[in-house]
Design a protein around this ligand. Structure first.
Ligand code: IPD
Ligand code: CA
Length: 264
């Protein structure tokens, strides 16, 4: 068993346990802990508890590794490998009782900047459907033992997904991008979890996805799923506070990139 497979299996095992905790806490009732960058940007007590569990499990299994999570302080570690973790991606869905939320865990090497790191392994676990999407570098992406593959033909136009940041000041610009992307779309989804959007691109449930302003933990595992499923992922405007991520099968990716590139 190569190193990346061990990392992937650890990510998957911890993501499942964390997802079960999130689902249990959801059934007991959600408690808002705080708002963050804006009123729309919330954190629940479950987000913090689930991140704590993930951090404990990873530290016990691999004590020297670094950690970069949405809800707690980063730790650079000593091995060059960092775990990039979103305990509950889709927190607003989670708070409202919409089942589109997921635990996202990835192991990356080198930099902790998404455009520079080398993604080694990742898992996205959706508690509501009990689906574990996982990937290891060079070993493909899988769901329930089946190898995943992005779509290649989109005769009726691409089924696209996107998302919006929490800062209302950014919405006009993002809606202008949506207007342009619709020229190649059969339809558009805004499901509320970047990690699941990327997992769905990997699984061929979406043809493409684009979003500005994602954080490293939103995309770390999902971007590896897409590339290991034969797709392409690009991050544009890496120096800006709101880089643009584009993911999809090669043709849809390239068309989205051309559309988005016209305005950047
Ligand atoms: C958010 C979700 C959402 C995306 C936002 C993210 P959170 O993450 O992934 O789909 O549009 O940009 O911040 O706050 O639920 O962990
Ligand atoms: Ca997130």
């Amino acid at each position: 068993m190569s190193g990346v497979i061990e990392l992937r299996d650890l990510a998957g095992e911890v993501a499942r346990e964390a997802g079960e905790l999130a689902r249990r806490r959801r059934a007991e009732g959600v408690h808002l802990a705080a708002t963050k960058s804006s009123l729309a940007d919330i954190v629940t007590e479950a987000d913090r508890e689930v991140e704590g569990l993930i951090r404990d499990r990873l530290r016990a299994a691999r004590p020297g590794d670094g950690f970069l999570g949405e809800e707690s302080a980063p730790d650079a570690g000593a091995t060059g490998i960092t775990w990039v973790v979103d305990p509950i991606d889709g927190t607003v869905n989670y708070a409202y009782g919409i089942p589109s939320y997921a635990v996202s865990i990835a192991a990356v090497r080198g930099s902790t900047a998404p455009a520079e790191w080398e993604a080694l392994a990742g898992a996205v676990y959706a508690p509501a459907t009990d689906e574990l999407f996982h990937a290891a570098k060079g070993e493909g992406a899988h769901l329930a033992g089946m190898r995943l593959s992005v779509t290649s033909e989109t005769p009726a136009g691409a089924l696209l997904a996107t998302g919006f940041g929490y800062d209302p000041a950014t919405h006009d610009g993002d809606l202008a991008t949506v207007r342009r992307a619709m020229t190649i779309a059969r339809d558009l989804r805004r499901a509320g979890s970047a990690a699941l959007d990327l997992a769905f691109v990997a699984a061929g449930r979406l043809d493409g996805y684009f979003e500005r302003g994602l954080k490293p933990w939103d995309l770390a595992a999902g971007a590896l799923l897409v590339s290991e499923a034969g797709g392409r992922v690009t991050i544009l405007d890496t120096e800006s506070t709101r880089p643009m991520l584009i993911a999809g099968g090669i043709r849809v990716h390239d068309r989205l990139r051309a559309i988005v590139g016209e305005e950047t």
